[in-house]
Design a protein around this ligand. Sequence first.
Ligand code: SF4
Ligand code: SF4
Length: 336
Amino acid sequence: MYDKKSYDIEVAWQINEFCNFDCVYCWLHERDWENSKRFVGLQDTEKVINGFNKTGFAWLIHMSGGEPFFFPNFLQVCYELTKKHFISINTNLSHKDVFEFSKIINPEKVDFIHASLHIQERIKCGQVQDFIDKYRVLRKRGFNIFVSYLMYPESLDRFRKDYDYFKSKGIILRPKVFWGEYYGIFKIFDSIFFREFNHFKPIRNLLKKTYPNAYTKKQKQLINFYIEKSSQEEDEDLKFKRNLRIRTVDLNLDKKWINSLISFKGMNCSAGKDFVKMDQTGGVVRCIDENQYQLGNLFGGEVELFREPRRCSADICSCPYVGCRYVCGNTIVGGA
Ligand code: SF4
Ligand code: SF4
């Protein structure tokens, strides 16, 4: 087991934009699957490994996508990276290589696995049991795995039932607050066609609800209740591990932004120094919102980090898990 000082810097690397699921709430949704030009990830494994190694830092490499398991040679990349660095992964847990991953990767070098249960897609593919099986294998091997469930408006009514079902299988679902637009029965107005024509904008504005602000009082109560309950019910083993280190993606924090998006504007934040955001081809910026600070390219040159924390100028912190961890003093100053 290690503590937070075991790595020098954390990077949130969006490694690809390819995914086998097609969740209705995803930014990948509505792309052309048949002629998919979605980027599955860099082919040059050596370039990736050397990119991290040559910096001389020990990294915590947080990988998200798309679906990271589709990245070319993903298992080899994880294996090589975990020789010197730590990794964490956001995954839908659907790829068959999850089983092999559990055998060849050292759980001690994996900060966490954030498995998202996309229940509608799982039901559509007849793969609910597959999720349970993979979760169990990873837990058995000692990985720090936790499961999120997006509190999308259409999923709220079924959440209690799903919570009880998965709990009976040994899985605690952690509610995740939804950020985004929702059109309900008018979902056609969220299609590319309607989005591209400006004269539909007034109708779209009229029909859309924007979350989290649009949650009703009752829905907020439900979500807050289950944030607490799920936190308590994560089994003792997992809690023990979690207490030994700070986890950037901490779903207990979701209650901070259940009313509105949050901002740390004006406060000092060590993103750019202790944390960076990286795109699919190695381009490094301070964070999603402060991407005017371009810090170099990890796979094609040098990266120059901030020496000290700097003031945040963003109206919204789009990755508040990062803000909550890296803002100095950590006080939310506003919302939108
Ligand atoms: S599993 Fe994740 S990346 Fe894939 S479509 Fe769903 S939300 Fe998007
Ligand atoms: S508070 Fe959020 S938006 Fe501001 S610099 Fe830090 S991570 Fe970026």
